[in-house]
Design a binder for this molecule. Structure first.
Ligand code: ADP
Ligand code: ZN
Ligand code: MG
Length: 480
């Protein structure tokens, strides 16, 4: 088997927690930072005799997601009981959808290096979340605040052929859900959870191989790492002529490996059957039309608009529209500064670099759009130069002070005053007679050496355009 080349086949199952104010079948508030079991009632704790009442918002959010992901919406779908025992599932079953989900046959198109690839999505269904087990010392506790929270589950076709493709799909999917404002997309906190199914097959073979399912990857980076690990693990097995076991594996991010959790031979029989306490879900065209009208601008559309409206390169537009919050941040700055490319450059380099360094999301950015705009306006109107702006930004980021305050406190405004700049340039030339001679003798690149010296002399505050002019002028007079 050594000489056979294998190709990965990957399919994803993504759970997204919906941002509804209340739970799916009761009126308990959805909030997790609260004290344990605060947001619970007889319905979401599964007391006997209670009846679920479907939250209309859940249906609307699921429809918006279905429309944005190009799904066919089933006019009638059915809720089903998925029976299993686990302490965090007080009813002994989860209300989900099975044979007939709310939506089927969707897809998401993703552009990479100029080519568009279409990834098919089998289904989207509505279901309720379970509670949480909490283990402390020698005791276990149950917190039902999350029980009954609304989820949508999105199951893709096995269309991904690399770890990178799979991760990029989740990234794009998250972006769509965030733009729709139906899910906050926080993977670390579990609002967006992704399980990956992966198998290998010899290149050229049409049948799929035996798959393993990987769970517990709570970031894009881990999805990619876990899948790369699985590709390697399965390749080794197949090359040794061994079989891949059909099983569920857990990703351990500390060890950088996946571990077997349970074999699928003992797979649950969930004994699905239609939920007798809920009527079939009927979606009429009026509701679909209403949801279509409420669809906001989606990431793809916004990216295209950024290119057309602001004249940005595709690359900038792609990065800036990655999340709705970042795109909003960019647009508020552009409105204030009206120099789209300059704003884009500063955000893509400085802002994103600092956020990454401090592992912050754009919405946690200590520098507000308003504050960044002030800084950028200072550059535009010549109060400060670009280099000092970077230093000021660093300080704004760490101290949360405003640009205006820092410029005033540190007396950082740019020196544009002709006569004082003339003095400085003269002084520098006087102190470097050899370099001046060499320059006049033809060593052109010494020009930047003089610029550097002048900047040093003015602690970086000299207006570079003015200095360039003065320096050229004075060097000319030296020549004659
Ligand atoms: P199961 O019966 O194990 O739940 P499904 O057919 O329902 O499997 O598929 C679950 C997920 O696994 C889907 O995302 C699907 O695309 C993916 N999948 C199915 N078969 C394979 C395979 N051989 N290799 C990789 N992924 C697969
Ligand atoms: Zn409740
Ligand atoms: Mg299945």
């Amino acid at each position: 088997m050594k000489n056979i080349k294998f190709e990965p086949v990957i399919g994803l199952e993504v759970h997204a927690q919906l941002k509804t104010h209340t739970k799916i079948f009761c009126s308990c508030t959805v909030r997790f930072e609260e004290q344990e079991n605060k947001n619970t009632c007889p319905i979401c704790t599964g007391m006997p005799g209670v009846l679920p009442v479907l939250n209309r918002k859940v249906v609307e959010f699921a429809l918006k997601a279905s429309l944005a992901l190009n799904f066919h919406i089933n006019p009638v779908s059915i809720f089903a009981r998925k029976n299993y025992f686990y302490p965090d599932l007080p009813k002994g079953y989860q209300i989900s959808q099975y044979d007939i989900p709310i939506a089927e046959h969707g897809y998401l198109e993703i552009e990479k290096e100029g080519t568009i690839k279409k990834f098919r999505i089998q289904r989207l269904h509505i279901e309720e979340d379970a509670g949480k087990n909490i283990h402390r010392a020698d005791k276990s506790y149950l917190d039902f605040n999350r029980a009954g929270t609304a989820l949508i589950e999105i199951v893709t076709d096995p269309d991904f052929r690399s770890a990178e493709e799979a991760a990029s799909f989740v990234r794009n999917l998250r972006s769509v859900l965030q733009y729709l404002d139906v899910c906050d997309g926080n993977m670390e906190e579990g609002s967006l959870r992704c399980d990956a199914n992966i198998s290998l097959r010899p290149v050229g073979q049409t049948n799929f191989g035996i798959k393993a399912e990987v769970k517990n990857m709570n970031s894009f980076k881990f999805i990619e790492k876990a899948l790369l690990y699985e590709i390697e693990r399965q390749t080794e097995l197949l090359e040794e002529g061994k079989k891949v076991l059909q099983e569920t594996r857990l990703w351990d991010s500390d060890k950088g490996k996946t571990f077997s959790m349970r074999s699928k031979e003992f797979a649950h029989d969930y004994r699905y059957f239609p939920e007798p306490d809920l009527r079939p879900l009927v979606i009429n065209n009026n509701l679909i039309e209403k949801m279509k009208k409420e669809l906001p601008e989606l990431p793809d559309q916004r990216r295209k608009r950024f290119v057309n409206q602001y004249g940005l390169p595709e690359y900038d537009a792609l990065i800036l529209t990655d999340t709705k919050n970042l795109a909003d941040y960019y647009e508020s700055c552009v409105t204030a500064v009206s120099d789209p490319k300059m704003v884009s450059n500063f955000i893509m380099t400085e802002v994103l670099r600092y956020l990454k360094k401090h592992s912050l999301e754009i919405q946690e950015n200590p520098v507000t759009a308003e504050n960044l705009s002030k800084l950028l306006i200072f550059i535009k109107n010549g109060t400060i130069n670009g280099k000092i702006a970077k230093d000021i930004f660093r300080e704004m980021f760490t101290t949360k002070k405003s640009a205006t305050q820092i410029v005033q406190e540190k007396n950082l405004s740019q020196v544009s005053d002709e006569s004082s700049l003339q003095d400085t340039v003269q002084k520098v030339l006087k102190n470097h007679p050899t370099e001046v001679d060499k320059y006049l003798g033809g060593v052109q690149n010494l020009f930047s050496f003089f610029m550097g010296q002048i900047m040093k002399e003015t602690k970086g505050r000299a207006n570079p355009q003015k200095v360039t002019e003065i320096l050229k002028e004075l060097l000319k007079t030296q020549r004659s």
